[in-house]
Design a protein around this ligand. Structure first.
Ligand SMILES: C[S@@+](CC[C@H](N)C(=O)[O-])C[C@H]1O[C@@H](n2cnc3c(N)ncnc32)[C@H](O)[C@@H]1O
Length: 204
């Protein structure tokens, strides 16, 4: 309950205005007229095992509807990297969540992993508007996502259609889809799992 009450402290009405303004200037990149609802946010983070997750990435953080949950629920030792292309939104995120590392382009995820010699992560959450990307951009970002995840790692993405279903089924060993009606527009949440290594190749 204490956590639910906290929800309104960091996120404010200015976020809705910023989002709308950005949508009018770059509709394809922003992908929606307003930030995701609290119902969609809860569905997106529902399966994250916060006590086990040691590293996590968020792609397309916007004004921070999911970031806020990540910031409050992750263990202090869990590393979280946030990607947001829009500079003004990114600055706002950095100010509100100073302990999270922010980067611009989700398309550069592989490069950032290589530059910082990062280990693979447990979980990636995405608010990216994949439906508005070219096929090549979509494939590149997904390749980065799959390569950055540990075996058995989880990728959670929302979309306003089922357009990504077949592609995600090709890339992941398991894809579960749920529907969130209380969002503008209503959204599908894809919860995807990367294949586990066979036991003899796993860590001992
Ligand atoms: C539909 S909004 C979702 C924002 C937030 N996650 C939410 O649910 O309210 C998509 C966000 O992805 C960002 N975005 C689009 N392309 C991106 C890219 N290549 N790298 C990082 N962020 C990107 C946009 O700037 C926008 O903030």
């Amino acid at each position: 309950m204490a956590y639910i009450e906290q929800e309104s402290i960091t996120l404010d009405r200015n976020d809705n205005w910023l989002f709308l303004k950005k949508f009018f200037t770059s509709p394809k990149t922003i992908g929606s007229v307003r930030p995701s609802s609290k119902y969609l946010a809860r569905e997106m983070i529902k399966h994250i095992k916060w006590n086990q997750v040691t590293s996590l990435i968020e792609l397309g953080a916007g004004t921070g509807v999911f970031t806020d949950h990540i910031y409050k629920l992750k263990k202090p030792e869990c590393t979280a990297l946030i990607f947001e292309l829009d500079r003004e939104m990114r600055k706002r995120l950095q100010k509100r969540y100073p302990t999270l590392d922010c980067y611009p382009d989700a398309g550069k995820i592989k490069k950032i992993f290589a530059d910082y010699q990062l280990k693979k992560v447990d979980c990636i959450i995405s608010g990216l508007p994949f439906a508005n990307f070219s096929e090549q951009e979509r494939l590149d970002i997904l390749d980065g996502v799959v390569k950055s995840l540990k075996p058995g790692g989880m990728f959670v993405a929302f979309q306003y259609s089922l357009q990504m279903k077949n592609l995600l089924k090709k890339e992941f060993s398991q894809v579960n889809i749920s529907f969130v009606p209380f969002n503008i527009p209503p959204a599908f949440v894809y919860t995807c799992y990367k294949e586990q290594l066979p036991k003899h190749q796993g860590e001992r």
